[in-house]
Design a protein around this ligand. Structure first.
Ligand SMILES: Cc1ncc(C[n+]2csc(CCOP(=O)(O)OP(=O)(O)O)c2C)c(N)n1
Ligand SMILES: [Mg+2]
Length: 631
């Protein structure tokens, strides 16, 4: 027994947790990010100071940002390691709610330690406390409940022990993982108790590879054997389970084409003849044409988001059936599919054996291979820009430069704006482990890019990390650049400035609303200017802004400047920001796809009425996927 405060016991505990998969071990909690206030300065602040050698502490600039660092790190580590994040009470705590939602939606482990108001309640109402007159057990931290996979408020010191153990279990369970929140009242953090030695001893959390039930495997093999036009949809689960080699072997053995989700992009090398690239709303032409006709769709490690299914319009065969390989029963049950509850790698290996000697119809395979080739040519065309036309380069050209600079192992990090869709279509994945493409598109959270990229670099210092960020996203959360400067994290941030929200501007035009409110401009009478043709932009200098935060800034005007900047940024000792203007209106087109964004049913505006008509036509393509796998 040792007499320790709750915070001291927690820090000592976190420092000795490990994960293990396939016999490889690593630290579960790599360190702790934090911002101190009265809620945690004497509790966790004191403990982290005392045990600096055991659990490294990293000061952050914004609580949301530090959760993004943890999420980016966890994703790069295939969910086997993450960071803890400590905050004060009140605003510091609730600043983490967005980060928690992002982690939970993307199924990424992050450990959140918001401080809470006094368990004793004696000094209440304490600074920054929300008073709920009818329910004294409520605090602002209850906002974490819906966005956490495990939540507990530790009201007594002894409660730390079961809470901490349960937290580790959820963090390391691939089916349950997400944000885990332990709310720590400020008085309880500093309270001492007798801590059993066993609680402080090293503990290993094994991540087992769950094999599929034999019946499920047999049924899946039967369905696939009977398929005339099968299509694999590779999701993030393929990459997290390190199943990219198993996927390649499966594809080589069976001749089945593969489309990829946002999280699964890069699961198969882009040059593979059966790699169809991106699928769905931001999908490649060939991938979407195959999806249209597929009769059996094998989803592996996907949560079937609306971008993947093109809002339930991608798969049009009236008899289409789904096989869902997933560690989470919740996802395995979607689309009336045959659930194959299993680790992606084991399932792919066993399916390959069960299908030994089987190969898809030659015509289907040939069609896929020719679509894959045609798509590579289309990508090459789109990224080559528009010749010698004056004006800033297109985003597609910028993506090509980053793709070339990244080579085989560089990682592109992105989250919101027009870049994720463009990247999904255009990125040529060249890393056999599938780790070159890191687009956070579960929450598509503006502001994730810089801290998320920092997390990636901390997890994989040997890789070059390229953060692709729009001016809008940059303005949401530039502060973590300071953290990257302070910690000398050499990420390369390519800041694409098109003076506003180009993606939402295009979306607004497509629903008939003329890009309303999406350009950065001076307001008129407290409102946005009514003249959509007005081109006067705000005198913002985001390059100077980045410079003022301590980053090394390169101002690129041409695509050649960008290329030179990317080459020059190599080997920098801290973050480099390459600022470049991009053409606001020269977007990458959509290919054989649709995304359900509802259009006003009635309007005085002709443009809206026209958009509504188009919407109703497209909407008729929406399907419910009700045919059961065993029909
Ligand atoms: C936190 C947050 N708020 C709002 C949105 C909705 N949204 C998606 S993209 C976008 C604009 C992004 O602008 P920018 O980063 O400049 O990229 P661009 O669209 O110009 O490519 C907005 C407002 C979001 N995804 N995240
Ligand atoms: Mg922009």
């Amino acid at each position: 027994m040792s007499r320790l405060t709750v915070a001291q016991a927690l820090v000592r505990f976190l420092a000795v947790q490990e994960t293990e998969r396939d016999g490889r071990r690593e630290r579960l909690i790599a360190g702790c990010f934090g911002i101190f206030g009265h809620g945690n300065v004497a509790g966790l602040g004191q403990a982290l100071h005392q045990y600096q050698e055991l659990l490294p502490f990293h000061p952050a600039r914004n609580e949301q940002g530090m959760v993004h660092v943890a999420a980016g790190y966890a994703r790069q580590k295939n969910r086997l390691s993450t960071f803890a994040c400590t905050t004060s009470v009140g605003p510091g705590a609730t600043n983490m709610v967005t980060g928690a939602a992002l982690a939970t939606i993307n199924r990424l482990p992050v450990l959140l330690l918001p401080s809470d108001t006094f368990a004793t309640r004696t000094p209440h109402p304490v600074l920054q406390m929300l008073e709920v007159a009818h329910d004294a057990t409520v605090s602002v931290n209850d906002c974490f409940r819906p966005v956490s996979r495990f939540y507990e408020r530790v009201q007594r010191p002894e409660q730390l022990i079961p809470a901490a153990l349960e937290a580790m279990r959820v963090l390391t369970d691939p089916a349950e993982t997400g944000a885990v929140t332990l709310a720590l009242p400020e008085d309880v953090q500093a309270e001492a108790f007798e801590v059993p030695d066993a609680f402080l001893e090293p503990r290993v959390w094994t991540v087992y590879r769950q094999p599929p039930a034999p019946e499920a495997l047999a049924r899946a093999a039967g369905l696939i054997r009977g398929a005339k036009r099968p299509l694999i949809v590779a999701g993030g689960g393929v990459i997290y389970s390190e199943a990219t080699a198993a996927l390649r072997e499966f594809v080589d053995a069976t001749g089945m084409p593969v489309g990829e989700t946002m999280a699964g992009r890069g699961a198969l090398l882009s040059d593979h003849p059966l790699s169809m690239g991106s699928l769905g709303a931001t999908g490649a032409a060939g991938a979407n044409r195959l999806a249209h006709d597929a009769d059996v769709v094998i989803g592996i490690g996907t949560r079937w988001s609306d971008f993947t299914t093109a809002s339930h319009s991608a798969f049009q065969d009236p008899g289409v059936r789904f096989v869902n390989v997933n560690v989470a029963a919740f996802d395995a049950g979607k689309q009336s599919g045959l659930p194959v509850l299993a680790d992606a790698r084991v399932a792919l290996e066993q399916l390959r054996e069960a299908l030994a000697g089987h190969r898809v119809d030659a015509a289907w395979e040939e069609r896929a291979a020719s679509e894959s080739k045609a798509w590579a040519e289309e990508v090459a065309r789109v990224v080559s820009g528009n010749g010698d036309q004056p004006g800033p380069p297109s985003q597609a050209q910028i993506i090509k430069e980053i793709n070339d600079a990244a080579g085989e192992t560089g990682v592109v990090v992105c989250a919101a704006g027009s870049a994720p869709g463009d990247l999904h279509k255009l990125w040529r994945a060249r890393d056999p482990a599938g780790k070159s493409y890191h687009v956070e598109y579960g929450y598509s959270c503006m502001g994730y890019e810089i801290p998320g990229g920092m997390g990636v670099k901390l997890a994989a210092p040997e890789r070059e990390v390229y953060v692709l960020i729009g001016d809008g996203s940059y303005l949401m959360l530039p502060g973590e650049l300071v953290t990257a400067v302070a910690q000398r994290v050499p990420i390369v941030v390519v800041l694409v400035d098109n003076h506003g929200y180009a993606s939402i501007g295009a979306l607004s035009r497509s629903v008939g609303s003329a890009g309303f409110g999406t350009l950065y401009r001076f307001s008129e009478n407290g409102s946005v200017p009514l003249d959509p043709a007005s081109t006067e932009v705000l005198p913002l200098d985001l390059a100077a802004n980045a410079e003022s935060l301590g980053a090394w800034v390169i101002r690129a005007r041409t695509i050649e400047d960008l290329r030179a900047g990317l080459a020059g940024a190599r080997g920098a000792a801290g973050p480099v920001v390459i600022h470049i203007e991009a053409d606001r209106y020269q977007g990458v087109p959509g290919y054989e796809s649709w995304w359900d964004v509802p259009v006003a049913e009635v309007s005085e505006e002709e443009s809206v009425r026209a958009a509504r008509e188009a919407y109703e036509r497209d909407h008729a393509q929406q399907r419910q996927y009700l045919r059961s796998w065993n029909e």
